[in-house]
Design a protein around this ligand. Structure first.
Ligand code: C5J
Length: 222
């Protein structure tokens, strides 16, 4: 076992690449693309676009080293039977989950906007987790996939920092995974939430995990 030392906050962490997976959270067209649902809501999508190139480089590095890359997509069954009413019945009715958006029905599986952006598209063999919640462990087989692969270290990136990335890191932390979050590979429509979200992870001695960036992870992998 050759450990790779990653410079991070609150302290460096030595990871075992053979037991490390990258989880790319919800890099979906509706959140990131011009004309998508995120932009329709009035958000500045350029804030999310900043994470694409660092994610692309990190994914390429993991692939080069033969390491596990997992993608998630937030969305629901077309009949919305897996969407809690508390989640559906919020916001303006025209812009709710299941309503017709600019790229098909909002947050519905199989619609164009639900798919992952072309720049980060999964390749054959990479698991894609369709998750109905914010966290990637809730009502999915992610934990089983990671157990079967003997994964202990999770590099978690994607969008948005304070919502689905954060929820997933918290879920993973409670399940015993060591989470490393590359801040440049995460983004939010709210820059202040992004900053504070990252600080919340590494505060108190790394209460939820470690925060670093893509270049430091790639440097550690060599
Ligand atoms: C994600 C959201 N992926 N912000 N969803 O963070 O609604």
């Amino acid at each position: 076992m050759t450990l790779a030392a990653v410079d991070a906050q609150p302290a460096p962490i030595a990871i075992d690449p053979a037991r490390t997976a990258l989880v790319v959270i919800d890099m979906q067209r509706d959140f990131l693309e011009p004309g998508g649902f995120g932009e329709t809501l009035g958000n500045d999508i350029s804030l999310l676009a900043a994470a694409v190139e660092p994610c692309r480089a990190l994914i390429a590095g993991f692939r080069r080293h033969g390491m596990l890359v997992i993608h998630t997509r937030e969305g629901h069954r077309p009949d919305l039977s897996d969407a809690p009413r508390a989640k559906v019945e919020r916001g303006e009715p025209r812009l709710r989950i299941g309503a017709q958006g600019p790229m098909g029905r909002i947050l519905v599986r199989g619609e164009a906007g639900h798919d992952i952006i072309p720049a980060l598209y999964p390749i054959d063999g990479e698991p894609v987790i369709d998750k109905p919640g914010k966290g990637a462990f809730h009502a999915t087989d992610l934990h089983q996939i990671l157990l079967n692969d003997d994964v202990e270290y999770l590099v978690v990136c994607g969008v948005t920092t304070e919502v689905c990335v954060h929820t997933t890191v918290r879920e993973a932390n409670d399940r015993g995974y060591r989470c490393i979050v590359p801040g440049d590979c995460c983004a939010s429509y709210f820059p202040e939430f992004h900053e504070v979200g990252l600080r919340m992870i590494s505060a108190q001695g790394g209460i939820f995990g470690w925060v670093t960036d893509s270049t430091r992870i790639l440097a550690a992998l060599g």
